[in-house]
Write a protein that binds this ligand. Structure first.
Ligand SMILES: [Zn+2]
Length: 253
């Protein structure tokens, strides 16, 4: 039994090391994915802006055509003025001309404003694209180095995992299954030392009977609260025995 407990403790030490590297690796991979997501979101936003810009540009073109039409109509009326003989007709055409001029002017002002907006919009898109380019090249540069780190960590994890192999035959299959189950549910920790009679994982005070069993290292016990295996190290047992011996000697003296 002692051998099984010791194997589980060693397995936990190896797994702690693996767990640390796995977390480092996941964190690096997350950072890279976040950067990629950011580039993707910015690209989407630029593409939305481009769509809007096209709509406005189309409207602008239409207004330019409308302005041409005003010009055409006005020139036609102007050309026809010479042929007009009656004053009344002349005045009517003059009035029409004046109306067209007013409409054209207000449209021109409107179009002018939109042209400024279009230019601002183009500048904004240009700036966004430069930002994206910078971020993309940063992501690629940093990404390459980071992926190298990720692969190094993977190799390291593989190396460390090999150290588990000689421990596994010592541990009964059912115990190993429980170990893996608890480990995955309890942040990677499946076996903890009981400290001063309490579970070292969740700090629940263990029943004295359970603690006494642990002190004898005769069976594998679990914490009733967090389900982790609990044990008492041989060093702790020796210390306790020494203290008991001292206390006994004092009583006799
Ligand atoms: Zn516990």
């Amino acid at each position: 039994m002692k051998q099984i407990i010791n194997a589980l403790v060693q397995l936990q030490e190896i797994d702690n090391e693996i767990y640390r590297y796995v977390q480092q690796k996941d964190q690096l991979a997350n950072t890279l994915n976040e950067m990629r997501d950011l580039v993707g979101k910015m690209e989407q936003s630029v593409s939305d802006k481009q769509t809007k810009l096209k709509d406005v540009e189309r409207w602008y073109e239409e207004q330019q055509e409308a302005l041409h039409e005003y010009n055409d109509r006005m020139s036609k009326i102007k050309a026809s003025l010479n042929a007009v003989t009656k004053t009344k007709d002349y005045l009517v055409r003059q009035k029409e001309l004046e109306n067209l001029r007013r409409h054209k002017q207000s449209k021109e002002e409107e179009v002018e404003k939109v042209r400024d907006t279009i230019n601002d919009f183009r500048d904004a898109i240009q700036r966004d694209q430069e930002k994206i380019e910078a971020l993309r090249s940063e992501t690629e540069k940093e990404g390459g180095a980071t992926w190298d780190q990720v692969h190094q960590l993977e190799a390291l994890i593989g190396e460390i995992s090999k150290r588990r192999e000689h421990l596994l035959p010592v541990i009964p299959a059912a115990t190993l299954r429980r170990y893996e189950q608890v480990k995955s549910r309890r942040d990677g920790v499946a076996i903890v030392e009981a400290i001063d009679g309490s579970c070292g994982g969740c700090h629940l005070a263990l029943r004295p009977q359970v603690y006494n069993v642990l002190l004898r290292m005769e069976s594998i016990e679990s914490c009733p609260n967090c389900n982790r295996f609990v044990y008492v190290s041989e060093q702790t047992i020796r210390n306790l025995q020494e203290r008991q011996a001292e206390a006994g000697a004092e009583e006799q003296a």
